[in-house]
Design a protein around this ligand. Sequence first.
Ligand code: PXP
Length: 242
Amino acid sequence: MTRLHVNIDHVATIRQQRDTRYPEPVTAAGIAELAGADGITVHLREDRRHITDRDVRLLRKVVQTTLNLEMAATEDITEVAVDVKPDIITLVPERREERTTEGGLDVAAAADAIKRTAEKARGAGIRVSLFVAPDPAVIEAAAKLGVADTVELHTGAYCDADDEDLRRSQLLALKIAAKRAEEVGFRVAAGHGLHYGNVGAVAALPAVEELNIGHAIIARAVLVGLDVAVREMIARIRAARP
Ligand code: PXP
């Protein structure tokens, strides 16, 4: 069964917008877990624009499922990760001017930083995932590094495809990449841009074990509540692989 990790960054985005004490990401994590989420994901960005160090530390104490910390492979965030000890870290490229993570890791160019961070994390008992484009060459480069047990495939190009042919070819790229990743021994996750309408085709890919979904769930939660929003997403994911 494909697992759902709910990314709660945008609960913190709403809070940071006004510097209030609400809404509380920790409460959101609890509601998501009670609704059936298999894990909670947060991105501690270098500019702390939404999730803060305080959130990550509290989440580590209360999350009962799996805590996945998305982060750049920098020294200062690595220090936080090694101290807080999430269950898994997902290394992502990060640029200050981007609105959200725009591409996958350039595994070859960032090899040294990835290795440094991953080795420190593994030494602290933390699993490592790499966020990569659905490209077999990148997956092979990731396997060569030998420091991660999971790859998360970037679904952005599939989600952004605005005609059916392109959507189909991007889905095929995800399918091929997921199969290749599984063959070289990775656990396979996927995410970015997935919503209630497009999640089914990705959830149906046999090699994909886990989905990381944030914006669509939090956006729906504003209208129907987080419990219902999470349950509806789980229902879509389950329906894709009866
Ligand atoms: N996976 C990764 C690695 C991400 O960086 C993000 C965005 O924070 C997501 C998944 C979730 O993307 P979305 O908010 O579009 O569902």
